[in-house]
Write a protein that binds this ligand. Structure first.
Ligand code: ADP
Length: 498
């Protein structure tokens, strides 16, 4: 693979960051400490700009602002329709700035501009619209009771919500967290990932233009061990929502227990099974399982990273999957490529480390395996076969462009193998048999099963993990449960005959 890329012609205005400060109580401010950090361009390892670095003091200011906005402000008390109006306006503004947001996302994260434009930005816009639609449709039930009482439930916002998001889909993760929380009347303190702060901070500016009242939405850039931890430990935060590694997810849960038992929802790691049956359309399954793993440089929590292929089609499938990976174009994400750099040096090294271990532990590397060039965090699309259950590339989440292909002969056996993993986020199955599809999708212990497709992220589809992949669901109507609590109201009926 060539290490030189066509240099991209990028409109400078679209990649000039305009938002580098914290949003607290409606104002864009420096950190209390005055500290900043650099965000790095993963294409060439050079700093893009300095960003305000929030720590515990800023978290405290933001939580107090959100507290005031929730306890005494208009937001949780206004009608759902009114909240929706602001959210729709916000979505329109995001859409008007789609080009700029897509460019910033690619600059900071390294994902191909094409995907920022057709996936990240439009999905973000539609997510705010989808949940704006729920803002006036959330209601409880009237419950018949055996005594002569009137009883009903109210679905109420939880209060101040802390939200911590990762760097793989910076805008979209902000949307998955903020949209349902705001729609039902919570106030939010969002901490964006330190690797990719640009679009979250720009989104904060557009939110203020859209008219969210001060304190309803606060956005902080800063590091996990400082700002993130302070948010998870804060006694005035009523709920914390986190997307990121399972390891940090555990500390979030512990922080809740050690502080005020704030509600916790977690969307964590995965090692999702992709199962290709003998009766699948092989070419289609090759293409879709390629997408399942390599999409977003393999940096998806739901990546189909354990690919099981039936023995009858195994040789043909492997040959085609290897050829497809070989053909995958890698380079500057502002050019016409399928794959850009990994997000950071740390991630690139981690992925290369897994590849090295795979070789060391005896798997067969069929293609790829190396860094591309010596500037930027590019990694070759890599495929392993002869992967055994004790190998780290089989067991651990790699979060990079590394496919592992295993052979199976019996459906029940492959279901057991797929389930023998502490994660349970997603899975894919390719088959032309309705029976097989039904059996597999019911038997797998995971939060999403895609049949003859992968990575469908429609706003309405709940997404989240079984087992160590998480607690609670993002997206769809189930996400509303993350951000509401149920109040029971009961009162005597004075005329019990009616
Ligand atoms: P990754 O390993 O993919 O970077 P992390 O789980 O480390 O994922 O990070 C996801 C988000 O969690 C980021 O916003 C990060 O700053 C934050 N984070 C990391 N460590 C902590 C922590 N100890 N407490 C709270 N948040 C954290």
């Amino acid at each position: 693979r060539s290490s030189t890329f066509t240099s991209s012609q990028v409109d400078a205005a679209l990649i000039t960051p305009r938002a580098t400060k914290l949003l607290i109580d409606g104002h864009f401010v420096d950190a209390v400490s005055g500290k900043t950090f650099q965000t790095i361009d993963p294409r060439n390892e050079t700093p893009i700009c300095n960003i305000a670095e929030a720590d515990a003091a800023d978290v405290d200011k933001a939580v107090k602002a959100a507290r005031k906005a929730f306890d005494h402000g208009h937001w949780p008390r206004m009608g759902g329709k009114e909240r929706a109006k602001i959210m729709y306006r916000f979505a329109d503004l995001l859409e008007e700035h789609a080009e700029e947001l897509a460019h910033l996302e690619t600059l900071d994260n390294g994902k191909p501009l094409f995907f920022s434009k057709v996936a990240d930005v439009p999905l973000t816009v539609s997510h705010f619209r989808y949940f704006a639609g729920w803002a006036d449709k959330l209601h409880g039930h009237t419950i018949p009771v055996s005594t002569s009482h009137l009883a009903y439930t109210l679905h109420e916002p939880i209060g101040v919500v802390g939200q911590i998001i990762p760097w793989n889909f910076p805008l979209l993760m902000a949307a998955w967290k903020l949209a349902p929380a705001l729609a039902v009347g919570n106030t939010c303190v969002l901490k964006v990932a330190e690797q990719t702060p640009l679009t979250g901070l720009r989104l904060a500016q557009l939110a203020m233009e859209a008219g969210f009242p001060p304190g309803v939405l606060n956005v902080l850039s800063g590091f996990g061990e400082t700002a993130g931890q302070a948010l998870a430990m804060h006694n005035q935060v009523d709920k914390i929502a986190f997307t990121g590694s399972t390891e940090v997810g555990k500390t979030i849960q512990m922080a809740s227990g050690m502080s005020n038992l704030k509600r916790v929802s977690l969307e964590l790691g995965g090692k999702s099974a992709a199962i290709v049956c003998a009766d699948a359309d092989v070419d289609k399954a090759v293409e879709e399982s390629h997408f399942a793993l390599f999409f977003n440089m393999g940096q998806c929590c739901c990546a189909g990273s354990r690919l099981y292929v039936h023995e009858d089609i195994y040789d043909e499938f492997v040959e085609k999957a290897v050829a497809r990976a070989q053909k995958r174009t890698v380079g500057d994400p502002f050019t016409d490529v399928e794959q850009g750099p990994q997000v950071s040096e740390e991630q690139m090294k981690k992925v290369l480390g897994f590849i090295g271990k795979g070789v060391e532990e005896g798997a067969t590397m069929r293609v790829g395996g190396a860094r591309v060039g010596d500037k930027g965090y590019y990694v070759e699309p890599t495929v392993f076969t002869d992967v055994e259950p004790n190998m780290s590339i089989y067991k651990d989440e790699i979060f990079g462009p590394v496919m592992t292909i295993m052979k199976f002969s019996d459906l029940n056996d492959v279901i057991d193998r797929a389930n023998a993993n502490p994660y349970g986020l997603a899975a894919g199955v390719w088959t032309s048999s309705l029976d097989t599809a039904n059996t597999v999708s019911r038997a797998l212990r995971c939060g999403t099963v895609w049949i003859n497709c992968y990575n469908n992220f429609d706003d309405a589809l709940p997404f989240g993990g079984y087992k160590m992949s998480g607690i609670g669901r993002d997206k769809g109507m189930y996400a509303l449960e993350n951000y509401t609590q149920v109040k029971t109201v009961c009162t005597p009926l004075n005329n019990p005959t009616w």
